[in-house]
Ligand binder design. Structure first.
Ligand code: GLY
Length: 342
């Protein structure tokens, strides 16, 4: 077990790597722990929750709504939770997002920890404190930034993770490589998903390297005034496609990263010419690199993106592999070129 402490503005967050699930029982007495999980995780790991208080919701992105949040809050009231009660989100990105949101707003903030169970949640969703729910097509339209006290990494959850979820998670790993870590990009080029999956120490070190990349960014810029914007690489088109086509998050941002690379090659002043190298890496990790879509509809969703400011969209583009930059791109340019970009 390895514990690393990260300093945020109002809280210290402890990442406990290679810990057993039982680590959560050292945080507080059992009566002060309420687990939030989904039916799939609960069914697969029922024994871990023996004698625990659990709120279990159906699985899937469709649950990321205010209605689910209201249901959980009503359960917390019934269970007489107070500000010293921990809500512990055990699951993938949907659970970590809902747990953080509920923890941040219930009684204006209760204690909170996460046990991410997917690659995507381990390297991305559990880190950084952003949380929230979707409103119709609009991803994460409502939410807060609220940090957990602990993030517990129990890699044994990965033993039951379906391959499609590994693929989904590798989109965020490739994103980190594209924006911050050219050596990681090369390491991924030299490996395959199959090889990585079969090498548990390699998986652990890959997760920890990616946690470090993201923590470095979000502890320096918790409220997204500067570098944190770079984590949105691939997410502008990605989020629009995700809900329009009901795509898994990683698949959607994979296509979004291709679009951002194509745009990087088109924008004057950037000298990016490695879009095909990124496409090749995404395809190597079985991620989709294009989609048939209704461009007008995509543009309609894009217009309501949080990163839009009047006539401009703040887009994360690449100067080179491992170096990203947020640049304002005219909405008109995006509309006129959407077919070539996407
Ligand atoms: N919870 C994900 C993030 O803060 O980026």
């Amino acid at each position: 077990m390895k514990r690393t402490e990260y300093n945020f503005s109002g809280k210290k967050v402890n990442c406990v790597f290679d810990a057993g699930f039982d680590y959560v029982f050292t945080m507080a007495q059992k009566s002060k722990l309420i687990f939030l999980t989904d039916e799939q995780v609960f069914e697969l790991h029922r024994e871990k929750f023996t004698d625990c208080t659990c709120i279990c919701i159906p699985t899937g992105e469709k649950m990321k709504t205010q209605q689910t949040v209201d249901h959980i809050i009503n359960r917390l009231i019934e269970l007489e939770a107070d500000k010293q009660t921990y809500i512990i989100g055990v699951g993938g990105g949907v659970i970590t997002d809902i747990a953080g949101y509920v923890a941040g707003i219930f009684k204006r903030g209760m204690k909170f920890a996460l046990v991410p169970t997917t690659i995507l949640a381990m390297v991305d969703a559990a880190i950084g404190g952003k949380n929230g729910v979707d409103v119709g097509y609009y991803k994460n339209m409502v939410g807060t930034i609220y940090q957990p006290e602990f993030i517990v990494y129990d890699y044994s959850f990965l033993n039951s993770l379906p391959v499609k979820e590994w693929i989904n998670g590798f989109a965020e790993i490739i994103k980190h490589a594209c924006i911050k870590d050219p050596e990681l990009f090369v390491m991924l080029e030299e490996n395959t998903l199959h090889h990585i999956q079969s090498d548990k120490p390699f998986v652990a070190s890959l997760v920890e390297r990616n946690v470090a990349i993201k923590m470095d960014i979000v502890t320096t810029d918790e409220f997204e005034k500067a570098d944190r914007k770079l984590l949105n690489f691939g997410h502008t088109f990605g989020h629009a496609l995700e809900n329009l086509h009901q795509l898994p998050h990683g698949n959607a941002i994979s296509i979004g990263m291709v679009a951002a690379c194509n745009l990087s090659e088109k924008i004057n002043g950037l000298h990016f010419d490695d879009a095909q190298r990124v496409v090749k890496l995404l395809a190597k990790y079985h991620l989709p690199v294009d989609i048939e879509t209704d461009y007008a509809k995509v543009f309609e969703v894009l217009k309501l993106d949080k990163k839009r400011e009047d006539e401009y969209m703040h887009f994360v583009l690449l100067n080179k592999i491992g170096e990203a930059e947020a640049k304002p791109v005219q909405m008109k340019f995006l509309q006129e070129n959407i077919k070539q970009i996407l």
